[in-house]
Design a protein around this ligand. Structure first.
Ligand code: PLP
Length: 401
């Protein structure tokens, strides 16, 4: 039978029907430890009771009103985000990360004015799949089928300050960077680099915009991954974890930058509507009560301690609970990290092969020590089983439970 869905994803290896905390279940009742969280989305785990309650309550009260009218949640939500970002800014709500970045790009263009519209981003970056954010994404192979892409994007070598400096002519409105490149393989920028970029942007009158769609909201051990480096950006975008699975994104900008938008400049039917905003308020309340940045730091340390000693592991890199486990090339099976991820799925563990040689881990920020120890033990078993110098391969999945 023809798949009724467009073939934008490969056929799924498993279909999940239920989730609770760090665990997922398939239709046969098999249980899986989720170390991916829908790609850094369900940061409070699946079916968090406070989020579920907020969604149910809001669905019974008021699902949606146009952004032409006020609603009880979006301003308090924006105030909380502004506080977490250090204050002095304003927020535009979207439905996704790409849309949050679209808002940032439009803001940069309006702030820069005619002729000063170029956004500079890094090779290896990922900023979304809309035409503009696809062009901002520094992965030329992803561009080819969709040329011509919108004009006004330029790419520089990741973490190369000289290359960035050369790119900043007077057509540049903004620099857009992920503080940790996520899709590109989990590569953290150094604080030294980010501080130098801030200085350079100030010298040239260029905005500094951080894409924290994947890294934001506690994931990397701080509310936002740029914060430990003491750099204050002009614009920050976020999405993924904000609704814990309910689609919502946000573009924050300093008062000075946000103030260039006037009514009619930008809009969205759904962005920040009551259901999504109610969910996000509940998410932030739980995140603050649980101090998720501290939890991510501690859990990240435990993962590293468990994984760094494994024979097959070259390095564990990342920040907080956004980690990549790089495997020695000679200890990878045919098919690379993707084959290890398939083997792990058979052992009841969900991870993502972020590069041909690295597994990405982005578990719930509320993951407990027993779950971390189980995760490390199963990754170790799988790496042994897949290791061409040792193993025999193939887990059988966890029994229904
Ligand atoms: N920016 C970053 C850093 C991302 O990791 C992603 C998604 O993976 C996006 C933007 C796009 O977000 P969305 O898929 O919600 O449009």
């Amino acid at each position: 039978m023809t798949d009724p869905l467009m073939p934008t994803y490969p056929p799924p290896a498993v279909e999940f029907v239920r989730g609770e905390g760090s665990w997922l279940w398939d239709a046969e009742g098999r249980r899986y430890l989720d170390l991916l969280s829908g790609l850094a989305v369900t940061s409070l785990g699946h079916s968090h009771p406070a989020v579920a309650e907020a969604v149910c309550r809001q669905a019974r009260t008021l699902l949606h009103v146009s952004n032409l009218y006020g609603s009880e949640h979006n301003r308090p939500l924006a105030r909380t985000l502004d506080r977490l970002l250090g204050g002095g800014g304003r927020v535009f709500f979207s439905n996704s990360g790409a849309e949050a970045n679209e808002a940032a790009i439009k803001l940069a263009r309006k702030f820069g004015g005619r002729g000063r519209h170029v956004v500079v981003s890094a090779y290896g970056s990922f900023h979304g799949r809309t035409l503009a954010t696809l062009h901002a994404t520094g992965q030329p192979a992803k561009h080819e089928a969709f040329q011509p892409l919108p004009e006004g994007f330029r790419h520089v070598t990741w973490m190369d300050l000289d290359d960035l400096e050369r790119s900043l002519d007077d057509t540049v409105a903004a620099v857009l960077l992920e503080p940790v490149q996520g899709e590109g393989g989990v590569h953290p920028a150094s604080g030294e680099y980010l501080r130098a970029v801030r200085e350079l942007c100030d010298e040239r009158g260029v905005l500094l915009m951080f894409d924290e769609v994947q890294t934001g909201l506690g994931r990397c051990g701080a509310w936002f991954a740029h914060q430990p480096h003491g750099v204050r950006p002009d614009v920050v975008t976020m999405a993924k974890a904000l609704g814990n699975g309910v689609p919502i994104g946000a573009c924050w900008a300093t008062d000075e930058v946000a103030g260039v938008f006037e009514p009619g400049d930008h809009a969205t039917t759904f962005g920040g509507q009551p259901l999504a905003a109610a969910a996000a308020r509940a998410v932030l309340e739980v995140m603050e009560a649980e101090d998720v940045p501290a939890r991510a730091r501690a859990a990240g340390r435990r993962f590293r301690e468990g994984l760094e000693g494994l024979d097959q592991v070259v390095e564990v890199r990342g920040a907080g609970l956004l980690l990549a486990v790089e495997v020695r090339p000679d200890r990878l099976p045919e098919g690379g990290a993707a084959a290890v991820a398939r083997d792990l799925l058979g052992r009841g563990v969900v991870v993502n092969p972020v590069t041909p040689a690295a597994l990405r881990l982005a578990p719930s920020l509320l993951i407990d020590d027993d779950e971390i120890d189980t995760a490390v033990a199963r990754i170790a078993e799988s790496l042994d089983a897949c290791d061409p110098l040792r193993g025999t391969g193939g887990g059988a999945g966890e029994e229904p439970g």
